[in-house]
Design a protein around this ligand. Sequence first.
Ligand SMILES: [Fe+2]
Length: 265
Amino acid sequence: MGSPQDFIDTDRYPIHRPGTSAYDALVAHCRTALETQGACLLHGFAVPEAVACMATETDRVVERAYLCRDTHTVYLNTGESGFPEDHPRRRLEVTELYSVACDQIASEDALKRVYHWDPLLFFLADVLQRRAYYRMADPLAALTINVMRENQNHGWHFDEAQVTTTLMIQAPEQGGRFQYVHNLRTEDEREYEGITQVLDGTHPGIRTLDIKPGTLSIFAGYYSLHRVTPVAGGTTRYLATFCFKDRPGVKNSPEVQKLFYGRTA
Ligand SMILES: [Fe+2]
């Protein structure tokens, strides 16, 4: 496999051919999915050979991944005083997973080459209607692999970023399912009732996405409450996150680097 283009099923997803009707149709499809469902899944985006290669590359570095254990509210803080204990502003979720940082992934690895492939950046900018879009400059967070072993999970939360782009590399035997409720964040009191139902497991709108190895997911995580259920079985879940920003040169603070990767860079 030579060029990053070979890693992607460009017959199905011609992201490298802007200006063609097939490209325009794909962008339109993605925009509609994001607007109506808050999520766009491109199954088989990475071809099976590339996915296998990425899994092998991850196996090589996974023992160096940093263990992140965190208790947090859905707003990713430690709870706000002034609210009752059972209020969504106070209720705590538990997250435990490992992260492979960007500087632990080799430049020649398939995953990093896809991340640095300009047609992916330009395609996402088109889908998200960004005039300017840049790879994140953070040496740790720009491209990461989220690693979940048996019983690990990601608790319910809203993202800080508007949109997140991920690529599934390896799925677990059971569990590790991505669940969300579309457009729950309303910036007013109404959202609390819905969040309480989600945390209690009684919300009727919880959707589970069928994300397979090779699926590219574009997810509007700021407005949609989401989680990953506990992984079951011996196969580790590997999910890559591609981080893009509206401004060039964006890095996390040393405090955030320390929290998620255990070190600064
Ligand atoms: Fe998230």
